[in-house]
Design a binder for this molecule. Structure first.
Ligand code: A3P
Length: 285
């Protein structure tokens, strides 16, 4: 499945046709979740891969076997991508790890009544847009990045692939008080204290770890370890699809990198749009 130049428009949101079909997107909306499933949800570039690694390692009690032998898209497939139905069907895991970039208004109905554990990871949107911009330059299944100025405008309008960051975060955040099986975690808290973030996720998953197991997870989930792990750094993906000569997937792994990219005017413009879009969400302002 190449379709590198194809875009699928689904419920007003564009998705890369290399990974999605109308059928795979439709199937995701009707997915029969099991109560034992763990679902990781994010807007792209928010720490999805990091959380896939963290959850894999927690459920393996810090044992590196799985995360060093099975690619992340096989052990935590994206529900809406075309290959996931086959991967999930073939899975023998007692607790399946599933990933999704879908907004709540699309995926919420499939989760209703389910006890599947949902972890929503989000990140400072200024860092998200910078990371996404660099990713567009190397991912040949995404449209041309163009200038950062134009890219930022499209991010703020919500017209990039995967839709609006604002709608995504607001949709999943609005569920905080309604879903008791939903955990919110930020990229920033994982950066600040990975040990405690792993503790928070393991408690939520009701999978308590002893200190040595937590420490193993911390070591294996560090940026340096993941950058060197072929099962997670996307170097298994052919060059024509992800051209890592133009930049690494595991690019920088820092908070606040936006300061190296935004001009003062772009920052002011961002702040104005952000405040107006998030005004009803005081926890974000
Ligand atoms: P940068 O481009 O800012 O470096 P996603 O997995 O949602 O696509 O997010 C990718 C971003 O998460 C990239 O950000 C990547 O470097 C960062 N990332 C992945 N693993 C990480 C880790 N262990 N520590 C810090 N950042 C990590």
């Amino acid at each position: 499945m190449a379709r590198l130049d194809v875009t699928e428009m689904f419920h007003g949101i564009s998705f890369p046709g290399h990974l999605h079909t109308q059928e795979s997107l439709e199937l995701a909306l009707r997915f029969p979740f099991r109560d034992t499933d763990v679902l990781i949800v994010s807007y792209p570039k928010s720490g999805t891969t990091w959380l896939q690694e963290i959850v894999t390692l927690i459920l393996s009690r810090g044992d590196p076997h799985l995360n060093q032998t099975v690619p992340n898209w096989e052990r935590a497939p994206w529900l809406e991508q075309y290959y996931s139905a086959a991967v999930l069907e073939a899975s023998s895991a007692t607790q399946r790890i599933i990933t999704s970039h879908l907004p709540h208004h699309l995926l919420g109905p499939a989760l209703q009544g389910s006890k599947a554990k949902v972890i929503y990871v989000y990140r400072d949107p200024k860092d998200v847009v910078v990371s996404f911009y660099h990713f567009h330059k190397m991912a040949n299944f995404l449209p041309d990045a163009g200038t950062f100025e134009g890219f930022l405008k499209r991010f703020l309008e919500g017209t990039l692939n995967y839709g609006s960051w604002f709608d995504h975060v607001k949709g999943w955040s609005s569920q905080k008080n309604f879903m008791d099986n939903l955990l919110h975690i930020t990229y920033e808290e994982m950066s600040l204290n990975l040990h405690d973030a792993i503790g928070k996720v393991s408690s939520f998953l009701q999978c308590p770890l002893v200190e040595e197991e937590v420490n193993n997870c911390v070591k294996l989930c560090s940026f340096a370890s993941m950058k060197n792990n072929n099962m997670v750094n996307y170097t298994l993906i052919p060059h024509e699809i992800m051209d890592q000569s133009k930049g690494s997937f595991m690019r920088n792994g820092k908070t606040g990198d936006w300061k190296n990219m935004f001009t003062e005017e772009q920052n002011q413009y961002f702040e104005i749009v952000y405040k107006s879009k998030m005004q009803d969400y005081p926890e974000f302002v």
